[in-house]
Ligand binder design. Structure first.
Ligand code: ZN
Length: 354
C-alpha cells in the first residue's frame, strides 16, 4: 500500500509504503495507493485504559475484546492498560485490536480499592514480592494503588509505608520494569515520588513543589482529566464520609491549577482516558481535548496522546520499519483537535479498519 501526506509530527509531505504490515519510505513495487493527500498521524495512545473493565466491573474476555475495538475505532492503537482484573493475553494475540502493554493486576490492600479489580495483599510488607511477581507477569509496567479512602478515618490515606514503596520500586527497576500508582490525595505523594516511581495516575493532590521534584526526576503524570470530572459525583454519594467528600470536591476544584503548575514545571504529561468503570471506552479524544483546555497547546496535547506517548512507552511512530499503525485525516488535527473524531482511515499493522 502507498500513502502520501504530511507525516506528523513533521510538516513535510512524504510518501510512505506499507510492506508486510511495516512502514517504509522506500517505494514498494505494485503498491496500491490509499491516499494522495492528508495528514498521517501515529496511532493514538491511551496511556491509562482498562479494556477488561466495563461499567459493571471486571469484564469477560469477549467483553474486553468489544471494549478494545471501541477504543480502536476511536483511533487508539496502543494501550497501557494500567491494571486489569483478568488475563488479557488473548487480546494481544489478535491483530485487529490495539497493541497493549499489560500492567498485570492492581496491587492494593483489603477494602482499599474497588472490589474485585486488584490483588489485596495480606500486609504492606508483601508489596515488594507482589511487585516482583507482577513485574514478571506484565509487559514492563506495574500498577499500585497509592491511596484510597480509609473508612476507619473517613478520608483518603496512603496504602503503603515509605520503606515498602522504596523497596518495591527498587525490585521493579532491577527487573527492568516501571511502576505507576493511582493517587488522588496529597499524603501518599512524597512516599511515591521519593521511592523513584516512574509515573503517577490522576495526581490531583500534587503541589507545585512536588511537581518540580517530578520534573527533576523525570516522573511522568497521566492526569485522566475526564475521569476527575467524576469527583463531585463520587463526593455526592459518599454521604457517610463528609471529610472524604469535601476532600474530593477540593481536589476536583484544584485540578486546573495543578495542571498549570505541572506544565510550568515541565512535567511530562500523557493522555489517559481511564476507560473502564466510570468512563466509557473510545473517549481518548475527549481527554486530548481536555489537556488542551487545561493549558497544553493543541500540538502538545496531540503529542501526549500520540508520538510523545509512543516514545515514552518504547513504541515507534512513523519511522522506517515501524508497524503501520496510523490514522489519516483530511485536515491537520494540530489546527483543530476535533478533526481527530473523524479519521478518514485507521490502519493497524497495515490493515485498514476504516
Ligand atoms: Zn484506572
Amino acid at each position: 500500500m502507498h500513502l502520501r501526506g504530511v507525516v506528523l509530527p513533521g510538516d513535510e509531505v512524504r510518501d510512505l509504503w506499507i510492506d508486510d504490515g511495516q512502514l517504509t519510505f522506500e517505494p514498494v513495487d505494485g503498491a496500491e495507493t490509499l491516499v494522495t493527500e492528508g495528514f498521517l498521524v501515529p496511532g493514538l495512545v491511551d496511556a491509562h485504559c482498562h479494556p477488561a473493565i466495563g461499567v459493571h466491573g471486571p469484564s469477560t474476555v469477549d467483553e474486553a475484546i468489544a471494549q478494545a475495538m471501541q477504543d480502536r475505532d476511536a483511533g487508539t492503537l496502543l494501550i497501557r492498560d494500567c491494571g486489569q482484573p483478568i488475563d488479557t493475553r488473548a487480546l494481544q494475540d489478535r491483530a485487529d485490536l490495539p497493541r497493549m502493554i499489560r500492567c498485570g493486576r492492581h496491587l492494593a490492600l483489603p477494602k482499599r480499592y474497588i472490589p474485585g479489580l486488584g490483588i489485596d495483599l495480606g500486609s504492606p510488607d508483601e508489596l515488594p514480592d507482589a511487585v516482583a511477581e507482577q513485574a514478571a507477569d506484565g509487559d514492563g509496567w506495574v500498577k499500585l494503588v497509592g491511596d484510597w479512602i480509609d473508612r476507619s478515618t473517613g478520608d483518603l490515606a496512603p496504602l503503603w509505608p515509605d520503606d515498602a514503596l522504596a523497596e518495591a520500586v527498587k525490585v521493579a527497576h532491577a527487573a527492568g520494569v516501571r511502576v505507576t500508582a493511582h493517587v488522588f490525595g496529597e499524603d501518599a505523594l512524597p512516599g511515591l515520588i521519593n521511592a523513584g516511581i516512574d509515573c503517577l495516575e490522576h495526581g490531583t493532590g500534587l503541589s507545585p513543589e512536588l511537581l518540580a521534584e517530578m520534573a527533576r526526576r523525570g516522573t511522568a503524570l497521566v492526569p485522566t482529566l475526564i475521569n476527575i470530572e467524576n469527583f463531585p459525583g463520587i463526593a455526592e454519594k459518599a454521604t457517610k464520609y463528609p471529610v472524604y467528600a469535601a476532600h474530593m470536591r477540593a481536589l476536583h476544584a484544584g485540578v486546573r491549577d495543578m495542571i498549570a503548575s505541572a506544565l510550568s514545571a515541565g512535567v511530562a504529561i500523557y493522555a489517559g482516558s481511564d476507560a473502564g468503570g466510570m468512563i466509557a471506552h473510545g473517549r481518548l479524544v475527549d481527554e486530548i481535548e481536555a489537556l488542551w483546555r487545561a493549558g497544553m497547546s493543541r500540538t502538545e496535547a496531540l503529542a501526549a496522546g500520540s508520538w510523545s506517548a509512543r516514545e515514552w512507552l518504547g513504541h515507534p511512530s512513523l519511522t522506517e520499519g515501524a508497524p503501520a499503525d496510523l490514522l489519516v485525516f483530511d485536515s491537520d488535527p494540530r489546527e483543530d483537535l476535533s478533526v481527530l473524531r473523524d479519521p478518514r482511515h485507521i490502519l493497524l499493522g497495515g490493515a485498514v479498519f476504516r
